[in-house]
Ligand binder design. Sequence first.
Ligand code: BGP
Length: 477
Amino acid sequence: MIMKFPNDFLWGAASAAYQVEGAYNEDGKGLSIWDEFSQIKGKTKHNTNGKVAVDFYHHYQEDIKLMAEMGLKAYRFSISWSRILPNGEGEINQAGLDFYERVIDELLKNDIEPIVTLYHWDLPEKLQTKYGGWENRKLVDLFVEYCRILFEKFGAKIKYWVTFNEQNVFTSLGYRWASHPPNVSDTKRMFQANHVVNLANAKVIQLFHKLVPNEKIGPSFGYGEVYPLTSSPADVLAAVNANQFNNDWWLDVYCRGYYPEKILRLLKKLHLDFEITAEDLKVLKAGKPDFLGINYYHGGTVKAPDFEKVKNQKDFDKTDPYLMAADKQAASPESYLFESVENPYLDKTNWGWEIDPIGFRIALRQVYEKYQLPIMITENGLGAFDKLEDGKINDQYRIDYLNDHLVQVGKAIADGVPVLGFCAWSFTDLLSWLNGYDKRYGFVYIDRDDYSAENLTRIKKQSFYWYQKIIESNGGK
Ligand code: BGP
């Protein structure tokens, strides 16, 4: 790769507490909704869970030593709310704060910039059972209080903070598709929970700007550019709709403080709307981020919806589709806007995710040109079945994938997009939320399988040495 990256470019890697830490009930940690959800049979592959994960909790020094050896400039990790506040509110667990302080200090000692995510999906279980989780506005203040503790404690040490990781993903999968906690499948409830998260995001940003005025904060969004299947104007319009529904629905709120009007009107028509007060609008407008975190894996392709098909949906009632539909999913806003199709030009990973490096450049251009905020790439990487052979892992496919994506990041920078850094997903192998431990992402192999966590030995993959060279040469010579 021969690209020009800024001199202070943050070559990084990313992870999340539940996926790496383990020690799920040690040193006073409370349970999270993921600790509970993973107990429900059949929800995750082989019923895997994060009880041990890759035991970063006890291996953090060893892992940070490897990061330093690689030359990593930044490490993005998340803080587990229930390690700080076992009940989500009330008494602070000092041992939890101490753990993160040790991690942060160890990173700083090794000249690695810590990038801290405040919420990567592991809500304290008590807040779900006591208040009903994100559907309840009470969560806004509780989240702000939790963050206040962290800003006061670590504000002087951390330059980059991420509010919510992929709000689009955890609200959809958790409240609409019941494949994440809290295991709900109700589209209306999803929109309600999503609005509460938006308020929490904006309020925390406001607090941050008051308490830590010199540093930066923003959400990490799971962005995917949506293409039209053909150049037929109806398909192009469908892609405009899909981009608004899948991307602007969140990014407009983060960056402009309001929801896209077209989607709001559609939700109203489908009785999927939610309460937005005048005060809410003020809050959303006042909580603008300093940068946007972008997680990029893949985009999508759409064609114009077949309205005849929509009308003929089982139990569809033209006057009141939401209330009359026996299956609430029949009131699908997407079916009025676009129909998702396969892209005939793109290959896929073993897990069926399209591989689209040029889409990355398009995404970065679109996001920057629209919102004019610096971008931190907070995730990008390839999940694969890696094989340990003669003590080595030759993951050339991962090198190719990352190289192709980084080339496009370099081109986007040359196009004029201010990209602050690139956090590969991930540094070590870790738990994939639903796929267990055999979908591997790391530069460092962790010797464990789905069923046992016996040795957890760390082994550097081929890609480790490749990324080391990329960092050393600031993008390659
Ligand atoms: C993102 C999440 C990460 C990570 C990644 C890979 O959506 O922010 O936490 O898990 O996707 O996903 P998966 O593990 O499903 O392959």
